[in-house]
Every structure is written in structure tokens, then in C-alpha cells.
Design a protein around this ligand. Structure first.
Ligand code: 3PG
Ligand code: MG
Length: 399
């Protein structure tokens, strides 16, 4: 892939698609990792006198409407602080109308950030007319939105398509992420162990099926475990179960049983009568969960099993917390797994962590610097773990 540092940007308009979809609460940014990780690309353009137009999405707004809670305004401000120079933010205007903004005031070495592209219906639908408004303004297209590379939104696919003939390059974050995935997972040393958790099994079916023949063990945790235990006929109380995925869970369990991969489900569960930090009645159940209780973390016996398996691994991929990792009584499983992955890495394993909640947990439990790579991608890292081809990447110029 050709990268941004390999093209001459002086005086040119560079249209940069970044993934600045960061967690924001009441206007304040909770974790700016994605912004910080995009800085090398941004600086590479600005330091060489490029005129930079940055585009991103934020959350999943209703198309055609402005939603202040999903505005990129706090991101423009934070970016300006990090760069030490103001980032223009022309805002959205009427979101039911095509995007309009002027490049007249944008000098070389300066950046502007467009408002959340998903306020416009054409972004998610991948509309070529929407793309046609932006593509002619730019001389160079750059994709540094690693976290969105699995999406076919207009800014990821239709815009670079409309810019055929002009340079279309990867940003430095996309380059780093793809290199890390290749070096850790390209020909993984065995035992290769995947740790998958989080709320939804639906997001991870393709990944699990792809990983079964490649891994020696898959450790399942988080709420998604209950769709599997329910599929085995175990009592799950009022745990979250995706009934429409029981069939998929059964198919996965059969595929794993017929393979050399051991698919592990939790053997005990930390449960509560309420989905709340401290108000419910907390109890640990093995095998069957009592009526009225829901599983909110893997139990102590499961923690022991999982950490022992991780300790022997040579390659580890982790996506999704083992429980409600934000709340202390239910964060122990995630913390134990995080610690085990850090220790295995220090003992020579290669480890890759993906997903916003998982990356936050890695930071919270202070192991982010003790693993091989913490990805900025959630769904994108799952797509790569599922062996998917990424159209947004395939479109970019070869070096
Ligand atoms: C993410 O946070 O996973 C990326 O920014 C992509 O967002 P999306 O899942 O809403 O497309
Ligand atoms: Mg996502």
C-alpha cells in the first residue's frame, strides 16, 4: 500500500477519512486514543504544507438530522489542543441537504474537520452523489480510519472510487494496524488462543467460525456466553440470551467439537438479581443459574481455567470483556484475563487486543503497555479476525 508520507502534499487539498468516533459524555471526551493515534498522519500532511480536510463519523445518528450529542465539535477542539493550532470546524448546516463548505480560507499547513458525516443520509448508504460533492474538491484521498475499514460508507468507498486517477493512499495508523495484525496473526505461533467476550454473539459468529480451525482454544465470556450455555440446555436465569442466535451457537459448538480447537464456556458465573453496580443480590452459580439471577461476570473457577490456558499461549487475540468490567463486583474476570495476557506476553507470546470496551479495560487495568498491540478497531478488528476482505483498503494505491 502506498502511504501518505510517500506523496507530495504541499499546497494540495488532502481529504482524510479518520475514525474520530470517540466516547463523549456531556460534551467531554472520555478516551482520546483514536484522536491521538491519527496525529502522525495529520502532522505528516500539515508539516509539509498540505491543506487538510478531515472527515469522520461519530456514533449512529438518525440520517438527515443534526444531533448535538453526536457532533464532532468536541473532537475539533481536542484536535486543536493536541496540534497547538486551531482546527476549523465549518459545522453541518442543514443535514437534509448536500454537504457544503468552502476551502477558500484553508491555507497550506492548516486543517479543518467536517461535521459528523452520518448526519447526511448519503454516508451510510454509500451514495455516489454524496461522494460526488466531496471528491472533486480534493487532490489526494487518504484513509486512516482503521476502526471503520470494514464499513462501506460513502467516505470509505464511494469517495475514493470517485477519485480514481488521483492519489488514494493509506494513513500511518491504517498502515501500523495492518502491519500489527499481519505480524501477530499472519502465521500465528501455536498455541493460538482467542478470548472473545462482550454483549453480543451476533457480532462474533463469523469470527468464531473462522478461528475454530486456526486456534487451539477459544475462551468465551461476557453476556454472549449465555446464548451458548442456553443452546446446551443449561438454565441461564434472566441472563441476556439472543434467541435468534441459538441455532448459530449450536452450529459453532458442533464445529468446535469436530475440530482440534477447544471451545470453552464459563463453568461458573458471578450473578446478580439486578443489572446494577451495587444494589442487587450477588451470588456465584456453577452449571445452572438460578431463576431471577443474571450472569454478569465469569466465576472464579472459570477465571482459573482461562488464565491457565492463556499462560500457555504463544499467540493471543482478545476482543470483548468477560463481564460488566466497569463495575467492580463484575470486573474481576476481565481483570484476571487482562493480567494473564500481559504475563503471557512478557513470557514471549504475541498478543492483540481489539474493541473499544476491551481497550478501555486494558487501560483501566494498566496492561495496555504490556501487550503487543492494542487496536483502535472494534468491528474492524473482528472483521480481520474473521478473514474478511476490506473493500476500503483494496481501493487504495499500491506502493
Ligand atoms: C467503531 O467504533 O466500531 C467504529 O467507529 C465503527 O463504527 P460503526 O460500528 O458505527 O460503523
Ligand atoms: Mg462498532
Amino acid at each position: 500500500m502506498k502511504t501518505i508520507d510517500q506523496v507530495d502534499v504541499a499546497g494540495k487539498v488532502v481529504l482524510l477519512r479518520a475514525d474520530l468516533n470517540v466516547p463523549v459524555e456531556n460534551g467531554s471526551i472520555k478516551d482520546d486514543k483514536r484522536i491521538v493515534e491519527t496525529l502522525p498522519t495529520i502532522k505528516s500532511v500539515l508539516d509539509r504544507g498540505g491543506r487538510l480536510v478531515i472527515m469522520s463519523h461519530m456514533g449512529r445518528p438518525e440520517a438527515g438530522k443534526f444531533d448535538a450529542s453526536l457532533s464532532l465539535a468536541p473532537v475539533a477542539k481536542r484536535l486543536g489542543e493536541l496540534l497547538g493550532s486551531e482546527v476549523a470546524f465549518p459545522s453541518a448546516g442543514d443535514c437534509s441537504q448536500p454537504i457544503t463548505f468552502s476551502l477558500d480560507a484553508l491555507e497550506g499547513g492548516r486543517a479543518m474537520l467536517l461535521e459528523n458525516l452520518r448526519f447526511h443520509a448519503g454516508e451510510r448508504s454509500g451514495d455516489s452523489q454524496f461522494a460526488g460533492k466531496l471528491a472533486p474538491l480534493a487532490d489526494i484521498y487518504c484513509n486512516d480510519a482503521f476502526g471503520a475499514t470494514h464499513r462501506e460508507d460513502a467516505s470509505m468507498v464511494a469517495i475514493p472510487e470517485a477519485m480514481a486517477g488521483k492519489p488514494r493512499v493509506a494513513g500511518l495508523l491504517v498502515k501500523k494496524e495492518l502491519e500489527q495484525f499481519e505480524s501477530i496473526l499472519g502465521s500465528p505461533a501455536q498455541p493460538f488462543v482467542a478470548v472473545l467476550g462482550g454483549a453480543k454473539v451476533a457480532d462474533k459468529i463469523a469470527t468464531i467460525e473462522y478461528l475454530i480451525p486456526k486456534t487451539s482454544a477459544i475462551l468465551i465470556g461476557g453476556a454472549m456466553a449465555y446464548t451458548f450455555t442456553a443452546a446446551l440446555g443449561k438454565k441461564v436465569g434472566k441472563s441476556r440470551v439472543e434467541n435468534d442466535r441459538i441455532k448459530d451457537a449450536k452450529r459453532i459448538l458442533e464445529a468446535a467439537a469436530a475440530s482440534a480447537c477447544d471451545l470453552h464456556l464459563p463453568v461458573d458465573h458471578v450473578c446478580s438479581t439486578e443489572f446494577a453496580k451495587s444494589s442487587g443480590d450477588i451470588e456465584v452459580f456453577a452449571e445452572h443459574i438460578k431463576d431471577g439471577y443474571m450472569g454478569l461476570d465469569i466465576g472464579p473457577e472459570t477465571q482459573t481455567q482461562y488464565t491457565q490456558i492463556i499462560a500457555k499461549a504463544k499467540t493471543i487475540a482478545w476482543n470483548g470483556p468477560m463481564g460488566v468490567s466497569e463495575w467492580l463486583p463484575f470486573s474481576v474476570g476481565t481483570q484476571q484475563v487482562a493480567q494473564a495476557i500481559a504475563e503471557a506476553t512478557e513470557a514471549g507470546a504475541k498478543s492483540l487486543i481489539g474493541g473499544g470496551d476491551t481497550a478501555s479495560a486494558a487501560k483501566k487495568f494498566e496492561i495496555a503497555d504490556r501487550v503487543t498491540h492494542v487496536s483502535t478497531g472494534g468491528g474492524a478488528s473482528l472483521a480481520l479476525l474473521a478473514g474478511e476482505r476490506l473493500r476500503s483498503i483494496e481501493l487504495l494505491d499500491q506502493a
